[in-house]
Design a binder for this molecule. Structure first.
Ligand code: PAF
Length: 260
C-alpha cells in the first residue's frame, strides 16, 4: 500500500528523508481518474527511480469552464488501488487551501506558445497548469517527472519552464497510449455516451489520414464534431474538438496529436 500524504508538510518531510538518504524520486503528477495512459507514466517512473510519487489533485485554476471542473471524474479509491498495483511509494492528495494559500495571487505565465492551440480556446489554462506544476515540483523535489505526449503542448510548456527557471530536474515524455480503435486514452473519455464513444476514434483516423489541416477540419465537422482547431506545427498535427454525445448531454472537449 502506498503512503498517503494529505498535505505539503507530510510530503516535504518524506521527500527530505528520501533525498537525504540519496534515493532518486520519480514524480507523476495527475488529476486522478487514472487510465492506461497514466499507468504508462507510472511504469516508466517505476523503472527509472528508487521512489515513485504520484500526485492526485484536480487543479481548479486550469479549468476555464466550471462545468468541466465539476464534471471531472473522481475515482480516488480505484486510483489508489492502481497506484498500489504498480508499486507507487507515495500518493500526494492535497486540498485547494494547502496548494493555494495565496488564493492564486501568484501565477506563473508563459506569453507565447501558451496563447496558441488549446490556450486560444482556454484562456488562462496553461497559467494554471504551469503554476500547479511548479508548486508540486517544489513540494516533491523530483529528480525526474513524467508527462504524456497526448498533452503535447503542456509537455512543451513544462519543458520550457524547467529550462527558463534553471530547475534541477528532468522532464521525461511518454508516448500516447491508444485504445485498439485509435482513440487516445483520456480521463474525459468516460463522459462519452455510446454514440460519442463510437464517433471518437474518428479524431485519430481523420487527422492521421487527411492530406492537410483544412481537409481534416472539414471531415471532422462532417463527422459531427465542433472543431476548435486542426493545426500542423513542425512534424506534428494537433487537434481539439468538442461533442455533446455525452451521458449528461454536456459538452466534452477531446484533444489528440500525431506525427505527420
Ligand atoms: O495533465 C494533467 O493531468 C494536469 O494538467 C497536471 C499536469 C497534473 C497539472 O494539474
Amino acid at each position: 500500500m502506498p503512503k498517503i500524504f494529505k498535505n505539503p508538510a507530510e510530503m516535504i518531510a518524506a521527500r527530505n528523508e528520501w533525498l537525504g538518504s540519496g534515493l532518486t524520486i520519480g514524480f507523476v503528477p495527475t488529476m486522478g481518474a487514472l487510465h492506461e495512459g497514466h499507468e504508462a507514466l507510472i511504469k516508466q517512473a517505476r523503472s527509472d527511480n528508487k521512489i515513485v510519487v504520484l500526485s492526485i489533485f484536480v487543479n481548479p485554476t486550469q479549468f476555464n469552464q466550471k462545468e468541466d471542473f465539476e464534471k471531472y471524474p473522481n475515482t480516488l479509491e480505484n486510483d489508489i488501488k492502481i497506484a498500489e498495483s504498480l508499486g507507487v511509494d507515495a500518493v500526494f492528495t492535497p486540498q485547494y487551501h494547502d496548494i493555494y494559500p495565496d488564493n492564486y495571487r501568484y501565477v506563473l505565465a508563459e506569453n507565447e506558445f501558451s496563447k496558441k492551440l488549446c490556450g486560444k480556446d482556454r484562456p488562462g489554462h496553461f497559467d494554471g497548469v504551469l503554476t500547479i506544476v511548479m508548486k508540486l515540483f517544489n513540494i516533491v523535489k523530483p529528480c525526474k517527472a513524467y508527462f504524456g505526449e497526448k498533452d503535447f503542448q503542456q509537455l512543451e510548456l513544462i519543458k520550457g519552464m524547467v529550462s527558463a527557471f534553471f530547475m534541477d530536474l528532468e522532464i521525461i515524455p511518454v508516448a500516447i497510449v491508444r485504445e485498439s480503435d485509435g482513440l487516445a486514452k483520456s480521463s474525459r473519455n468516460v463522459r462519452l455516451n455510446a454514440d460519442g464513444r463510437a464517433l471518437a476514434p474518428k479524431i485519430y483516423q481523420i487527422i492521421s489520414n487527411s492530406k492537410n489541416t483544412d481537409l481534416a477540419s472539414e471531415e471532422l465537422t462532417k463527422a459531427g464534431f465542433v472543431v476548435d482547431y486542426v493545426t500542423d506545427i513542425g512534424n506534428r498535427r494537433f487537434v481539439a474538438v468538442k461533442t455533446k454525445l455525452t451521458h449528461d448531454g454536456g459538452e466534452v472537449r477531446l484533444i489528440d496529436n500525431v506525427k505527420i
